[in-house]
Design a binder for this molecule. Structure first.
Ligand code: MG
Length: 369
């Protein structure tokens, strides 16, 4: 049973190339399955989220992060009676546009592009992947995803201004995305905040006392866990505290979004689209807690000197290879040389690099040193 403000698959604006109905999967289920079967999705396994593989092979990579986002988003969507199939497709596709080496890689690729008057944006890149780069089907290029999935790729985390991005005009930039897409951004925030505390602690880059003094919510739950389980090892109390943080964020997101929907009198997808602000939101109290945890991670983990060496190396690899292929386009694979006849060379080189896994770009770099 879907809520009146949920997206209905029967009312989808459809695919670019119309296709016959599938006998037992609806269009959003097929979109989800197409994402899972795409190359870009499989490559997430070898892309850095925060920690490179050097640290441990049980830390999150972009694929396992994506699965955690999908789990959280499905849970919230089911409670809000949203379209879970659409939410799952959006969660699984939300990070496919990320280049190798995490945010350091993204920054370096953007800087390299800006020297040529362009820029790099992972959401726009994800749209190019699903529209153009994936070659699986004989009848069309790309994955031919439903409108609502393509719209969500563009609009889940960021509002692009209609006058700055005329090429995206079909995605209704002046209106809010459906709740299914709004949800992805916050499920992403919940997933990585908790996961990065977890991996940060496990890697010993974050110490228990600094987490407790830097993240009040964690400290509260840890104190409870100490009282409930005085005799278990610290790591298990840590896990219990992270679990409670996750539950608090998810529970609050569900309750507060229900209130926002009520207050906005949203009774249809059109009401959601026309509402002035996004409706999927944490309560002010929990938003403050979440921001404190996030700020703590920025201060202590994301910019920590221990991660810096690899970030710098990642940036250097991307910058040098970008310049290499821009000055020596004959060294590009034939498919990219052909593309460069129709598109600006920096864009083609950027697309090539952005699609690479950490492993693959590292090999490319070694070969050219
Ligand atoms: Mg993400």
């Amino acid at each position: 049973m879907l809520a009146d403000y949920a997206v209905r698959v029967e009312q989808s604006r459809g695919r670019r190339f119309p296709e016959p109905k599938h006998p037992y999967r609806n269009d959003f289920q097929r979109d989800r399955d197409r994402v899972i079967h795409s190359r870009a999705f499989r490559r997430l396994e070898a892309k850095t989220q925060v920690f490179t593989r050097r640290y441990s092979d049980h830390f999150r990579n972009r694929l396992t992060h994506t699965l955690e986002v999908a789990q959280i988003a499905r849970t919230v969507a089911a409670q809000l009676a949203l379209n879970v199939d659409l939410v799952e497709a959006l969660a699984l596709v939300h990070d496919v546009g990320h280049p190798p080496f995490g945010h350091a890689g993204e920054k370096a690729l953007d800087a390299a592009m800006r020297k040529h008057g362009y820029f790099f944006d992972h959401n726009l890149h994800a749209l190019r992947i699903v529209e153009d780069f994936e070659l699986r089907y004989a009848a069309f290029r790309g994955l031919n995803l439903s409108f609502e999935v393509r719209e969500g790729i563009i609009k889940h985390s960021h509002d692009y201004k209609a006058d700055e991005f005329p090429e995206l005009s079909e995605y209704l930039l002046d209106s809010r995305p459906p709740l299914e897409a709004q949800l992805i951004d916050l499920a992403d925030e919940i997933a990585y905040t908790n996961a990065d505390l977890d991996d940060g602690y496990e890697s010993r880059l974050l110490q228990m006392d600094e987490i407790r003094s830097g993240v009040e919510l964690f400290d509260r739950f840890y104190t409870e866990a100490e009282q409930t389980w005085p005799d278990v090892i610290e790591k298990l109390r840590f896990n219990e505290s992270i679990k409670r943080m996750l539950d608090r964020f998810v529970g609050d997101l569900i309750c507060n979004t229900q209130e926002q929907i009520r207050a906005a009198h949203a009774h249809s997808v059109e009401d959601v689209r026309n509402s002035r602000e996004r409706l999927v939101l944490f309560s002010p109290e929990v938003e403050k807690e979440r921001c404190q945890a996030k700020a703590f991670l920025y201060d202590t983990l994301y910019y920590s000197p221990s991660l810096d060496v690899e970030k710098k190396l990642g940036e250097q690899i991307i910058t040098e290879l970008f310049d290499f292929w821009v000055t020596k386009p004959d060294e590009l694979p034939i498919t990219y040389r052909e593309k460069a006849e129709e598109e600006p060379l920096p864009r083609v080189v950027c697309d090539y690099i952005a699609g690479m896994t950490d492993n693959y770009i590292y090999d490319q770099y070694q070969k050219r040193r």
